[in-house]
Design a protein around this ligand. Structure first.
Ligand code: HEC
Ligand code: HEC
Length: 359
């Protein structure tokens, strides 16, 4: 009897033990399953998150202005080694030299005449007029003769060259019956070969920077000038002459040897777009060194400094075509010369749109 009871107890105990084993193993299996599920869900969220993180860091790089890829289809100047030999090539080479060393020929100590301020065309039309977003001549010849909104008439290419002599070089036009203007045209024709009339070239003038909400600030621009420009261009924007005093190693930014107030550079949109892509010297579209705000502000500072005045009452007779940042009235809108010079430009743009709708 005793034995039978003991047997029963043993069976009971065995059943309990095996039950607990089953429970425990069920729990273990459930845990393993849970771990698996959570591992895979983690994995998928992590891999989905990766590109977002990467995209965000690309944008930070752009905002810091350390690199921008060259836009697809951007124009590229031909190599100077492809300038032909012979008479035609000689004219092209002479033209290139005149544009790069204009002052040696026409400056205050020039070899041909003394009719300009001492600057070179190349000071603003960089790398022989071949640089992307550096005022290049890529589509110049192809687009002329052209209706000039500034003069109100159709101009031949030679007339456009003359304008930069009178405004950017604050001087006189060389005798057009001599070969110098023809040589400049021959070079410009060569550098723009293959470009079609009305073809839109990326990077052929200066970059149009987006308007700021506020006006450009000459005082903030002065701080940019002192820290990033004056080491080359001089504390008074006077530039630095070469040892033989025939031209500038660093061209002036204001004063009587700089461009006059009828020049394209006197409009702060042109100036800001130029320095954003080219200054301090060595900066490029791919590697700008200034933020947009610094570019606008330094443009405002430099163009608030003294320079020669040109009578421009005959320019932009058709007020509809007057550029928004042209600082001399009259205007179609009611904004001041000051606001047209420094901005803010967005309210002017909006007012001009309204006027266009009403007309
Ligand atoms: C390392 C020297 C250097 C620094 C710094 C420098 N530049 Fe220049 N800059 C030059 C040179 C050289 C040229 C002429 C380029 C040529 O002829 O190829 C030039 C040309 C210019 C021109 C066109 C010609 C003129 O004189 O009007 C402007 C405008 C200009 N720089 C503005 C600036 C501004 C604004 C800064 C500061 C943000 C700056 N530069 C910083 C060397 C410098
Ligand atoms: C102080 C800077 C500066 C200098 C120096 C300068 N230019 Fe210019 N030039 C500009 C700017 C900015 C523009 C474009 C904006 C405008 O239309 O006014 C321009 C426009 C031109 C154009 C028209 C380009 C086109 O595609 O329509 C030609 C051609 C030209 N310049 C030739 C010259 C020649 C030749 C010289 C020397 C005799 C010269 N420039 C000196 C700043 C300069």
């Amino acid at each position: 009897m005793e034995n039978k009871k003991e047997e029963k107890d043993l069976v009971k105990a065995l059943i309990m033990v095996s039950r607990s084993i089953v429970y425990v193993s069920l729990i273990v299996v459930a845990c393993i399953l849970l771990l698996f599920v959570s591992f895979f869900t983690n994995e998928t969220t992590a891999s989905a998150a990766k590109p977002i993180v990467a995209a965000a860091s690309t944008h930070t790089v752009l905002a810091e202005n350390t690199s921008r890829p060259i836009p697809a289809g951007a124009w590229k100047a031909p190599d100077t080694s492809t300038i032909p030999a012979g008479k035609a090539g000689e004219m092209i080479r002479y033209g290139r030299s005149l544009l790069a060393h204009t002052s040696n020929y026409f400056g205050p100590n020039g070899s041909i005449a003394h009719i300009t301020n001492g600057m070179n065309c190349q000071n603003c039309h960089l790398d022989g007029g071949g640089k992307l977003f550096g005022n290049n001549y890529g589509n110049f010849i192809a687009s002329y003769p052209k209706m000039s909104a500034r003069s109100g008439k159709v101009e031949p290419a030679s007339e456009r060259i003359a304008e930069c002599f009178e405004r950017s070089l604050a001087g006189e036009v060389p005798d057009t019956s001599k070969k110098e203007i023809k040589a400049m045209l021959a070079y410009m024709q060569w550098i723009g070969k293959g470009v079609k009339k009305s073809q839109k070239l990326i990077g052929s003038s200066t970059e149009k920077l987006p308007f700021m909400d506020q006006a450009a600030d000459p005082a903030k621009g002065k701080a940019v000038f002192v820290s990033k420009c004056q080491s080359c261009h001089g504390a008074n924007g006077e530039g630095k002459l070469t040892a033989d005093k025939r031209s500038y190693t660093y061209p002036p930014l204001w004063g009587k040897h700089s461009y006059n107030d009828g020049a394209g550079m006197y409009r702060i949109g042109n100036f800001a777009g130029f320095v954003k892509n080219n200054m301090p010297y060595g900066a490029t579209y791919q590697n700008p060194q200034l933020t947009d705000e610094e570019a606008w502000n330094v443009a405002a500072f430099v163009n608030s400094q003294p320079r020669l005045h040109r009578d421009q009452h005959k320019d932009w007779k058709d007020l509809k075509s007057k550029p928004i940042d042209f600082p001399f009235g009259p205007y179609l809108d009611a904004f001041s010369e000051k606001q047209h010079k420094y901005g803010p430009f967005k309210p002017i743009k909006n007012a001009q749109k309204e006027l266009a709708i009403k007309k």
